[in-house]
Write a protein that binds this ligand. Sequence first.
Ligand SMILES: Cc1cc2nc3c(=O)[nH]c(=O)nc-3n(C[C@H](O)[C@H](O)[C@H](O)COP(=O)(O)O)c2cc1C
Length: 357
Amino acid sequence: MSAADLFEPARVGALEVPNRIVMAPMTRNRAGAGDAPRALNAEYYAQRAAAGLIISEASQISPEGKGYPRTPGIHSAEQVAGWRLVTEAVHRKGGRIFLQLWHVGRISHPSLQPNGQLPVAPSALKPAGDAMTMSGPQPFVEPRALEIGEIPRIIAAYRQAAVNAREAGFDGVEVHAANGYLLDQFLRDGTNRRTDAYGGPVQQRARLLLEVLGAVSSVLEAGRIGVRLSPINPFNDIRDSDPQRTFDYLASQLRGLGLAYLHVYQAGSDPFDWERLRRAFGGTFIVNGGYDRARAIAALETGAADLVAFGVPYLANPDLVERLRRGAPLNTASPATFYGGEAEGYTDYPALASTGT
Ligand SMILES: Cc1cc2nc3c(=O)[nH]c(=O)nc-3n(C[C@H](O)[C@H](O)[C@H](O)COP(=O)(O)O)c2cc1C
């Protein structure tokens, strides 16, 4: 087995990337005042700039799109200025970074919403479990179903967020349609019980995501837009009665849009044919979920993927690319500092040189 492929350059849409190692998007709940990124966040991302591509933590496109404490937004001037610190720091180190665009839909809580309003969703179905609020976990509430007349406002927020991302200096955006958040809630039939043009058959459940992509590609070239899906991930109490059919259809509609990539988080225990999804899409395919060096190399060698995204290994190893190159051991991640806090467990994971390996 050879590591060569992992370190070969690749074309990803409009970008030329120096290797096939992607930093997966990871929420770290460390934004500053006004949910704006700050110098500490810039340092964290710059430490990881050797990645072929960094995908930022999810960033809410509007106040209504927020679902957790201290997550960064991309809807205010302060937030754009904060993200500019991040993109400039990454670019100074020679890296590339996409912003992950996020609307959580029903995975929120009135205490995190403007004016204490109810979270919005395709249908008024309460998720099982707890929201993460400023005062700790609190049971989810029944969300308010979006009126059809509100859909243009949601699409416009994605479009404006893409404009803001460009202004903040990002190389592109990843539309987050995974992990049980708003766009995924529309895609899967367990959460979408609408009877209008945005619900029912898969063609209609896919409509919102496709319209969002249309709006985003009116302001950014398609080669700077990626999409993330997680077809069988049950996270956030979501399910679909026929994920293969739903997501194969969606992938066939994404084909031909000229997108930079399709990024799949392969979590879940239902059977799913990833190769079929990949063929339906036909473009650059990024896989993620539990990959280590050997599995990543195998995925590239067998042609199952074009690039591999690493989450937790990247969180704990700022120099992951170098460690994979050398086959060096990895730092162990500390889950206690994943969400929230300051530099500890964020910017203080050692690189090889400083551990003397
Ligand atoms: C701390 C943490 C935060 C995460 N936040 C996000 C996020 O903001 N957006 C997203 O799409 N996935 C998020 N994920 C999922 C990761 O992108 C990735 O899919 C997951 O960690 C599996 O990859 P891994 O096995 O390489 O860690 C998060 C995961 C972790 C551990």
